[in-house]
Design a protein. Structure first.
Length: 207
């Protein structure tokens, strides 16, 4: 049976319970700007937000454009003009503060560390937010390296890790959080979803 030494783990909806944290952050934002919250409103925002992130993956929208416009444009649909220009900063601060983990996620990471695996976090999220969440929850110490797509010049973590020139890309050491050059020998990309059995991304690319 093939074993893996280097394990990439997508953060959102694998380790972090993004849906739970996102709802908390969105509710806090509506209270902050004085707009009535409802679960239906949140579901509308979630669908709208997913469409924007999909545009980023397609290359038709940049992350900076998303951060500057998603909340003003969303609330404008309801005839609500928002004066504040820091809504996205506030939302992401609340998202980081929430720091909800998937049930069993920390035990999962601890088990991998006990087996002396090299853990690499991967995300296409906003860099400062993801680093803050990792620190806030205390799970940053489980990871040896952290790959955030916006720091690597890719639109998504999976695209980054499966790119032909992956071994030449910059990586981020947990200890220093600064750019470094590093070659991972015999690297296998392993992707987890909701702490389920791992899937070899090379096999996925063949389908």
């Amino acid at each position: 049976m093939m074993t893996y030494q280097y394990i990439f783990i997508d953060l959102d909806d694998t380790i972090f319970d993004f849906q739970k944290s996102e709802q908390k952050a969105f509710k806090k934002l509506t209270e902050h700007i004085g707009f009535p919250y409802s679960d239906d409103l949140f579901n509308q925002f979630k669908q709208y937000n997913q469409q924007l992130w999909h545009q980023i993956e397609l290359g038709t929208l940049t992350k900076s454009e998303l951060l500057a416009t998603r909340f003003p444009n969303f609330f404008e649909q309801f005839g609500f003009s928002v004066v504040s220009d820091n809504m996205d900063d506030y939302f992401r601060d609340q998202l980081a503060e929430a720091g909800d983990l998937i049930d069993g996620a920390e035990n999962f990471l601890n088990t991998l560390r006990q087996h002396q695996k090299t853990l690499l976090a991967a995300s296409n999220g906003v860099y400062p937010t993801q680093i803050k969440r990792l620190n806030q929850t205390g799970i940053i110490d489980y990871f040896d390296y952290i790959f955030i797509s916006e720091k690597l010049g890719f639109s998504g973590a999976v695209e980054c890790a499966t790119a032909p020139n992956f071994r030449k890309n910059r990586c981020f050491r947990r200890s220093r959080m600064r750019n470094c050059k590093h070659t991972l020998k015999n690297l296998e990309y392993v992707y987890t979803r909701r702490v389920q059995p791992i899937i070899n991304c090379k096999e996925l690319n063949k389908k």
